[in-house]
Design a protein around this ligand. Sequence first.
Ligand code: DC
Length: 227
Amino acid sequence: MSFVVAIDGPSGTGKGTITKKIAEELNLINIDTGAMYRCIALNCLNQGINQIEEKEKIIEIAKNTNVKIEHHGAEQEIFLNGENVSYQIRTEEVTKFVSPVSAISEVREIMTDMQRKMAEGKQVIMEGRDIGTTVFPNANVKIYLDAAAEERANRRYKEYQEKGINLELSYEEVLKAIEERDYRDSHREISPLSIAQGANVIDTTNMTIEEVANKVKQIILETKENN
Ligand code: DC
């Protein structure tokens, strides 16, 4: 029988780090749905499609995009049509294009189907924006992570510096990009980012990763005990 933990929230709330940590500690399969949307955006850019107006072509590309997530311990590697694109999907170019691409309803339907199939019969922790609202409205556990935009920009800026990516961006530019993406992700017509019914909301602004992870873990373990 499957067991689904849905982790939703805007970017920079620590979803990725928390999900990875908990997946390892509780032996759950970690599915990063943002990475899946990023693969569609990257596939479009690789084929010279960088205008959102080319909607029909984007949908066609989404239909022909095969995404595979490989797990090596706590680490995941993302494969787009057989090629390891774990780094390419994190560039600023992809980050900018993925938000409008993910607002196309046909793209969301394709991704939602893929995500449901990936979880079939498995124990998963799936992170994204619409997991608790749309992909798994009956998820066993729903968590919504939030944090002030300034703090999220701070975390993202530090992550870029540490990973040596997007170094040309200043803190102010990272903050602006986060605010723009928040707006688009929460104002789109289809499955906008919102708090799912029954979700546990955690404001992580003044919490450490450790504190958030412990809280989420406690909620999951309590749910498992009561099932
Ligand atoms: O979590 P992320 O930053 O890697 O997500 C990339 C984009 O994909 C983000 O702008 C919102 C979108 N997304 C989505 O619409 N639904 C999801 N379940 C996951 C991500």
